[in-house]
Design a protein around this ligand. Sequence first.
Ligand SMILES: *Cc1c(COP(=O)(O)O)cnc(C)c1O
Length: 402
Amino acid sequence: MSKTDLQYIWHPLTQMKEHEEFAPLKISKGKGIYLYDDEGKKYIDAISSWWVNILGHCNPEINKKIKEQLDLLEHVIFAGLTHEPAEQLAEKLIEITHDKLKKVFFADNGSSAVDAALKLSYQYHQQTGNTQKKKFVFLKDGYHGETIGALSMGGCDLYKKRYRHLLIKGHMAEGPECAACPYELDRKTCDAECFEKMEKLLREHHEECCGVIIEPMVQAAGGMKIYSPAYLKKLRNLCYELNVHLIADEIAVGFGRTGKMFGCDHAAICPDIMTLSKGLSGGYLPISVFLTTSEIYEAFYDDYSSGKTFMHSHSYCGNPLGCAAGIAAINLLQKGKYIETAPLKEEYIYSSAEKLENLPYVNNFRNIGTIAAFDTDPDFYDEKKGRFAWTFFRKALENGAL
Ligand SMILES: *Cc1c(COP(=O)(O)O)cnc(C)c1O
């Protein structure tokens, strides 16, 4: 039990009062898939800090690369200056993403990359003759972060409702509901019939809309909702038709989580803007980017006096240590044949889940790539043991899994 923590620290997404009963677990080291608490007990880190540490803790190759960079340059302003790690990381990102993505813009966390992407899309339309375009479309149960802009694009009441009067207005579309498909179809064989709801909304409102933001293939924080790549294909085509940007937020699903390098790869589509963070640095350091096309880049490229400069920055844009971690992480993904072996992992996870079948609180098991989830009845344990999630979390810890 850590007294200092509770004396001084306010934890994220936490009702601190609950720690009266159960203090935060104090972690003193990590190695590979394991975390060790201050008493030496080890836990499988199954949440990977919300899908951030995708290559394990204290990976020797990422450690080495950061240490080398640390002795050269820890940080430098990124307006007017550049450095080797940023150049190398940007080149790599362009190499592993769709051919039409040509430029990399650095930010420093996921939400800030989403906010930057929204500003970019808005400004693009403002300076290409569509000044009436001021809104965005997002999906129910989507999650894009917690700053005001990113939260405005969210479709989860849990995070959003309390702050609704602070947020920028947009249009929320009903999205895929593959767990209980109203069309009674299967996401593996359907043609994303549910896209009709998005289509109707976009056809109605496109003239005032800059872009649509989505999480490709899996709506992660909003309930690990996996859906058909056909949805992405249809959305891509409609966005082209209506001059609305497709913003693919790959912050959670990027870097192999769905079994392909990026979620968009399942549908072989190219978004107009793609945001990346989380696994980008292998979970070491806060760094994020958006990538975009030449077409968007060129709409900003002009004399300074034109007023077309993209006026956006963060103190830690392109941080060299973060970039160094990113280069090492992508090298590891490539060297380890992470994508090539993904189908095996997916199959293994699927067959292991047989053991869950008879548990009364497990519904709708689903998996893709290295993501696996089930739904549960939130009231299941209510009477005797309290909230299901809280009980489940503590039981898992007792058994060595986070
Ligand atoms: C986590 C997440 C974000 C926000 O990233 P932060 O670094 O937590 O701000 C944005 N979009 C998606 C899809 C995410 O999963």
